[in-house]
Design a protein around this ligand. Sequence first.
Ligand code: FAD
Length: 403
Amino acid sequence: MNTPLQDMPSRRRPPALDVAVVGGGMVGAAAALTLARAGFATALLEARAPAPWDAQAEVDLRVVGLAPSSVMLLDELGVWTSIRAARAGPYTHMHVWDAASGAAIDFDAASEGRDRLGYIVENSLVQWTLWQALPAAGVHVLCPAEVKAFEAREDRIQLELAGGETLAASLLVAADGAASPLRALAGIGTRGRDYAQRAVVAHVVTERPHADTAWQRFLPGGPLALLPLADGRSSIVWSLPEAEAQRVLALGERAFLDELGVASDFRLGRILSSTPRAAFPLKLQLAERYQAERFVLLGDAAHAVHPLAGQGVNLGLRDVAELRDTLLDARAAGRDIGAAHVLRRYARRRRSADTLDALGFDALARIYAWQAPPLVAARAVGVRLLDHLAPLKRRLSEHAAGL
Ligand SMILES: Cc1cc2nc3c(=O)[nH]c(=O)nc-3n(C[C@H](O)[C@H](O)[C@H](O)COP(=O)(O)OP(=O)(O)OC[C@H]3O[C@@H](n4cnc5c(N)ncnc54)[C@H](O)[C@@H]3O)c2cc1C
């Protein structure tokens, strides 16, 4: 699976590719597996092979909240059972509250007729499990492989790799992350804003159990989430202004645990211990277009959103499902899967859905940044009202679930 491209005998090179997916993160790997399972001759090109996931190793600091739509896709791909069995923390409740006013909103799976709202899972576990399934699905994995240039021709797109090798496919799918070199090569710009915030992440042991609940407290500097891990600990995602994040990262262990306890309002009691901390910069970034000639963007290459709604990878996996449906319909109608009019459906549908969600999360971040007392009071009224409007709350929750 990890055969360097230059070592591959040329006869093993993919002969006539339908799709070349670049980027083997969660989204790219899911796209390659989905498209191969749908019968498209698919290659996956990734610059760095993922490290094997190890059940004995510390839980990866990069965790994601998987919505039911994502679980459904992973289940269709036949990988969910192993992910679930390996290490996945289900959550059945979500409690979100405002530090300034105390106004809170609750989401509960049972009252919505569902078993759970989602799962907290390590990024590396999902990625590794997907990679394990690629060879059997017939995906040609080229790793390490880096795309240096590409050129669309009438009937194909020609890729040039770092070692000078070339590859041709009907369609190039860029899932190469938020910094997407391929997006830049395609001449697609981005819009958005830098939140000038960092998310400090760590796994912590709390005095009281997390009760299968995702907790989120909105503080003046940004939201603090405590996400339930399968092993009983909670994973924190603490969004802070840049300088504050640096200060929190530099705190000694005791001071950090104490500050975190105060920031979480001791909702789970005192914070007893923590793993080492890490931090990620936060930004809103939307590609101006999702499509170029024989080329589409998906995952973080297309959109990066604030983690407050825990939706980043879920949007990416919805891109994957839409792309699969678009290409299947094109094939059934005997159309060229790389044709501009075929790709337009994917690009239009996903860009508008992702934009609405990204701007919604951004609006939430802005509304919770209000600190003037009349605005805090207005926000509290809105939140309390929403908490009592069961049908609206249910619609919000179903939207987040991708149902
Ligand atoms: C603090 C934080 C918390 C988050 N919490 C959540 C959450 O709760 N729920 C959620 O859904 N999402 C969450 N996210 C977002 C989520 O992690 C991302 O949306 C997701 O990992 C993006 O996956 P991806 O496959 O699109 O990109 P990536 O994971 O960035 O993968 C891109 C891949 O492309 C490869 N690559 C890059 N350039 C090239 C090249 N030229 N050639 C070949 N390969 C290349 C890279 O090596 C990499 O493997 C969070 C993010 C942060 C920062």
